[in-house]
Design a protein around this ligand. Structure first.
Ligand code: G1P
Length: 269
């Protein structure tokens, strides 16, 4: 509040691109061709952002607005189909994933949490994780070390001999199995859906994806992929501000001027 009073947080723009569009672009760069947006019935604008508007496209063409037209066309990457699934009641990430069960079917699939922005050059974080999945066949979780004071905000993994053997959602610092946190990127097997049906509400009273993954790690290889690039928590105001500056600096249109302004005009005292 107040930014998300009527605008869904997924549509807040970081360097002019809404968070959810960044997630779709990252999936597309990883070779994903079918994207499922799981969203709340209260947020019809999330799906609306991706709906084609032939009238607008025609007007932009007629007016010769080629840069704007290009940005409009990039909203849905070429070759990608997008479907929206509603999660009727917000009962946690695990419950949200379960809403996509029928559309995913009996296939491995990836999950991106748009709040977690990973500042990596193309083709991005999920593409790197997909390489690991294709080479090894293992399921892959994107992880990053966090300080002890932050572990209770994340799913914390235990890693033994390069394999994830445990995952604890939002543990107290003394109960964390290590310092590696899952950072909103997953490559999961279809068996996760049955596991999601077996779990009870966990941390915060919500159905937690981490608890379902935990049921699978003994019998299926899950490996960590360490995200060494900066990651911004765009669900927090500080992370959002940092992402806005960092990603705007990469923007060829405004990056150089922003850098010059930051170094010469901004007084940090
Ligand atoms: C979710 C996951 C958690 C993960 C985090 C990353 O938590 O449940 O395991 O570490 O995203 O941002 P949330 O941020 O929804 O509380």
């Amino acid at each position: 509040m107040p930014a998300t009073r009527v605008v869904p947080k997924e549509l807040l723009p970081v360097a002019n691109v809404p968070l959810v569009q960044r997630a779709v672009a990252e999936a597309a760069m990883a070779g994903v061709r079918e994207v499922i947006l799981v969203t709340s019935p209260d947020k019809p604008l999330v799906g609306a952002h991706f709906q084609a508007d032939p009238g607008l496209e025609q007007r932009l063409q007629d007016w010769g607005q080629s840069r704007i037209l290009e940005a409009y066309r990039a909203i849905v990457p070429a070759g990608v189909t997008l479907r929206v699934v509603e999660q009727p009641v917000p009962r946690g990430l695990g419950d949200a994933i379960l809403c996509a069960r029928d559309l995913v079917g009996n296939r491995h699939f990836a999950v991106i949490l748009p709040d977690d922005v990973i500042d990596m050059p193309a083709p991005g974080c999920l593409a790197a994780m997909m390489d690991v999945h294709c080479e090894t066949g293992a399921c892959v979780l994107g992880v990053q070390p966090v300080p002890a004071m932050d572990v209770s905000r994340y799913g914390m993994v235990k890693i033994v001999d390069g394999r994830i053997t445990d995952l604890v959602e939002k543990p107290a610092p003394a109960l964390a199995p290590g310092n590696m946190a899952v950072m909103g990127r997953y490559i999961l097997p279809p068996q996760i859906f049955d596991a999601l049906l077996q779990i009870a509400p966990g941390a915060n009273g919500e159905y937690q994806l981490s608890d379902a993954i935990c049921l699978l790690v003994k019998n299926k290889p899950f490996v960590p992929w360490e995200i060494t690039a900066p990651r911004y928590d765009c669900g927090s105001r500080l992370g959002f501000a940092q992402a806005t500056i960092a990603l705007s600096l990469h923007d060829p249109d405004i990056g150089p001027a922003l850098r010059a302004w930051l170094t010469s005009e901004v007084t940090l005292e």
